[in-house]
Write a protein that binds this ligand. Structure first.
Ligand code: G3I
Length: 334
């Protein structure tokens, strides 16, 4: 019988998957339980979804995901406590619609993080505390988000401190994408170095791993892992997928070329890319403490329509019928 991902990698790292509550029943649930031993809520624990109004938390979806994990002996990675995206407007404004002060925003951040982390204390082993705080371009280390503009750069260390106080055993991560671009990697490195120097309770870095059949190269990936590990941080790949399309920034219209489907040629490229990635992951045993795929199968992936509306993507190991792709054995037999 074909090996499952979680069994193939049991001596290396947990293998996880990002889920929505709708994935947790039927054939998708079976696939998740058979293949993976860790899950991440894709959206359910983000500020907007979990805390839609000042005095209201929406616990139903995140509770269901955590309960599913517990019933099936899986770990949970929490995602995410502080992000400029998917944060409700109310967070930054008072009742009159005026922007809140640093003190008020810090208090809200503290309350939010304390409430969410405490609820799942002991059940979520790792948290993406701050997500994507570093901009892709330019030389500035800090993305000019509302958190940064209103609080200042110390919103990041505060977020880690609040999370650590609420669950001292949870492993706390800084999570970002494009971590293989040398310019952005250098800025993230500076940020993490500063946090470590100040004894901020940051324990790991999440390399999201939104890659493609064209990137990253083996050398770029190894450099990222080694560089961050040199800070004494655990490294995890937190949002793995391998797009069949070249990475682009900014939305645009669909063209004929975008209608390319999964040809044998592209499938072979994807196989080679995944083989390379897992070879490097295995090589970094002990340093890499988790690998999580972003979505279950090609049936639904966040990359559909992104950044090109109408374009389909096929970035995962399981196809639209939830079957392992033809090259799957090369990932689990090594
Ligand atoms: O739930 C609402 C629904 O009520 C509404 O009718 C519908 C209309 O658009 O939207 C639904 O919300 C969508 C949500 O996904 C749930 O499906 C949002 O519009 C949509 O923006 C949101 O996208 C998520 C995206 O983060 C937001 O930036 C993706 O599912 C999710 O995969 C993606 O995940 C991020 C990670 O958190 C951080 N790293 C990058 C990664 C990919 O962008």
């Amino acid at each position: 019988a074909q090996k499952a991902l979680k069994d193939a990698y049991q001596d290396y790292f947990p293998v996880g998957v990002a889920v929505a509550p709708r994935n947790l029943s039927g054939p998708e649930a079976e696939l998740i339980v058979r293949q993976f031993n860790s899950i991440t809520p894709e959206n359910a624990m983000k500020m907007g979804p979990i805390h839609p109004e000042p005095d209201r938390y929406a616990w139903e979806a995140p509770d269901a995901i955590v309960a599913f994990a517990q019933q099936n002996g899986m770990k949970v990675r929490g995602h995410t406590l502080c992000w400029h995206n998917q944060t409700p407007k109310w967070f930054f404004t008072d009742a009159a619609g005026k922007q809140v002060t640093r003190e008020v925003l810090l208090e809200r951040l503290k309350q939010h993080i304390t409430d969410v982390v405490s609820r799942y204390k002991g059940r979520i082993y790792a948290w993406d505390v701050v997500n994507e705080a570093v901009p892709d371009t330019g030389t500035a280390i800090y993305r000019p988000s509302k958190f940064y503009e209103i609080i200042g750069e110390d919103y990041i260390e505060k977020a880690f401190e609040y999370a650590h106080a609420a669950d001292p055993s949870a492993k706390l991560f800084y999570n970002d994408y494009n971590t293989e671009s040398s310019a952005k990697r250098a800025k993230i490195f500076e940020l993490l170095k500063k946090l470590k120097a100040k004894n901020v309770p940051v324990h790991g870095v999440g390399l999201q791993g939104h890659w493609s059949v064209y990137e990253p190269s083996e050398a770029e990936l190894q450099e990222s892992i080694s560089r961050f590990a040199s800070l004494g941080l655990a490294v995890q790949i937190t949002e793995l997928d391998v797009s069949i399309h070249a990475k682009e920034h900014g939305r645009r219209e669909l063209t004929e070329a975008d209608k390319t489907v999964l040809t044998p040629e592209i499938l072979a490229k994807q196989a080679a890319q995944y083989e390379m990635l897992f070879k490097i992951f295995r090589k970094n045993r002990g340093v890499l403490t988790g690998i999580t795929f972003w979505n279950v199968s090609d049936k639904t992936t966040w990359l559909d329509n992104f950044p090109v509306r109408g374009r389909k993507d096929y970035p995962l190991l399981f196809d639209e019928k939830l079957q392992p792709k033809a090259y799957f054995n090369r990932i689990v037999d090594f």
